[in-house]
Design a protein. Sequence first.
Length: 174
Amino acid sequence: MTRELHPFMQTAIAGWEMPTSLHRWLIFNSVGAMGFLVQLAMLALLTAWLRWNIVPATALAVETAVIHNFFWHEHWTWSDRGVHGWKGGFRRFLRFNLSNGLLAIAGNLVFTVLFLDTLPVNYVAANVLAIAVCSILNYVVSDRFVFRSASMRSSIISAQTGGSPACHNGKEEL
């Protein structure tokens, strides 16, 4: 005699899909992990091999990771929130760099130096801690500002102008 599953479990197993926000968060963290490796590799290259000072090395390492992450987020994390044309993509790239990039660079510089000065850690550990601190804010900024959905853009534009947004089929034209 076989035991039947509880109806809740049958429903969960039969049509289970990960919620969009959780799925997106997991993808975001996967991209972030890749960017983390890119950043640490660049930091090691610049400081250990090329003997750069930690401040400019950190800034360039972060910007390298920011560019890497943007392209992955554009094509994977928020691929459902596309933009029209290269101008829309370029504006999104600028928003990403100005928000996440600036937050990552400023946050990484401040926190890396702060952790180096206050904790008994080397520059790699200090940078790892700085990345962790900045990552949560970067997700929120990306989701709400950089890769915001067409409906979110419509609401913002309507509230600001009282008119209809220049948006078609969920693709940004702004």
